[in-house]
Design a protein around this ligand. Sequence first.
Ligand code: FAD
Length: 451
Amino acid sequence: MSDILHIVGGGMAGSEAAWQAAHMGIDVVIHEMRPKVETFAHKTGNLGEMVCSNSFRSDDSEQNAVGLLHWEMRAANGLIMSCADQNRLPAGGALAVDRDPFAETVTARLMAHPRISVSYEEISTLPDDGNWIFATGPLTSAGLGTAIAAETGAEALAFFDAIAPIVYFDSIDMSRAWMQSRYDKGETEAERTAYLNCPMDRDQYEAFIDALLAADKTEFHEGETATYFDGCLPIEVMAERGRETLRHGPMKPVGLTNPHQPDVKAHAVVQLRRDNALGTLYNIVGFQTKMKYGAQTEVLRMIPGLENASFARLGGIHRNTFLNSPTLLDGQMRLKSRPNVRFAGQITGVEGYVESAAMGLLAGRMAAGEILGHPVATPPGTTASGALITHISGGAEAKTFQPMNVNFGLFPPVQGLKGGRRGRKDRYQAYTDRAKADWLGWLEQTALDVA
Ligand SMILES: Cc1cc2nc3c(=O)[nH]c(=O)nc-3n(C[C@H](O)[C@H](O)[C@H](O)COP(=O)(O)OP(=O)(O)OC[C@H]3O[C@@H](n4cnc5c(N)ncnc54)[C@H](O)[C@@H]3O)c2cc1C
């Protein structure tokens, strides 16, 4: 088998993967379809182009999970972070970058590397041999999308996300909410109590519908269409169709008894379902929405039990090609059915520039390690990079899998620390201290592996 690593897509993930593998001594070819084939969001032929906002979000590596991911990538000689730092703009605690010079820097540094070459072409098949990383992102070309769906089965490749908001379990007021599946259905106690229920009386429901209808909504991007709505209507669109629609849909109050008020029949019930194996995250069932983030938190905190909710991620609906990674990928990001093919970036079901680049960093190192005959271990789940890869390759619920930002809910809890809002600062500090030590240990161990 050839020792060359082929990377399809020169965005955040593909660029980082190429850089990491080349630094481990591997020859890399990046296959990038732009500028020959365009997407509706990219504007240039540059590698590492940012398609929308120019922010890499928080740069706080002690209290913020995305800031921690920055730290980990910097410690691992990350190209994307280095180019972001070089083109940084003032933005308070956030890392904002000057987008065109940023992408020009990424392109120039990749082009200048003696082990990296770029071939401007669209790849539309999954190859049978050779070493490949597919990092084609949310706007993967149609031809390649068809080839991937043929391999994985159409139901395992989505073309749009429909993200329901996700809440940290420890921020839910359980003196108002309770655990119960409708009609107590299920063989085991865990199944009979699989849902977390938040009840509303008539006045609360009416006020909620008013707020939903009045909330600011995000417009669709050019090139996005609303045809994908069937089966995943945003809650505000349901409310627009009639004030009772939600009560007959995701908020129906049937088959449930509130143990806090057994004699009172709820007018509507919002249900949340566990989102990860750790049980730290719950998604609000059927609550995909195009409400703007500010409006969304305000409206959702009107739900009894969620008054003080902290959100691991807010809802949205976007054009987004992504795999059902928990069923398709192994812990090395290889396609189980075709292990010479890895995936990286947003197509694996992470969300955001930083998370995508981080998955590129891991895929690049893992692919290079395999070619060198020194496998690179999956990083521990206590690190930000490890928590993400653990989530997408099996920690997440496969049935309801939707793209995920990095957040502390993905980390195994640190024992012995106070829960809730009061203990948050100490808890986050403990997560990030542990992550940094474990990440440095992993870097050292994997560097020895390939020495
Ligand atoms: C409209 C829109 C707005 C977004 N806004 C934000 C935002 O504000 N902040 C944020 O953090 N994230 C945002 N995202 C998500 C963003 O796309 C990702 O965070 C990030 O760019 C993903 O990195 P990636 O490397 O996986 O994909 P990309 O950066 O998109 O890179 C994929 C590359 O693959 C190429 N490609 C696709 N198919 C083929 C093929 N068949 N052959 C060869 N090359 C191919 C593409 O041209 C592209 O260069 C947005 C996404 C979209 C679609």
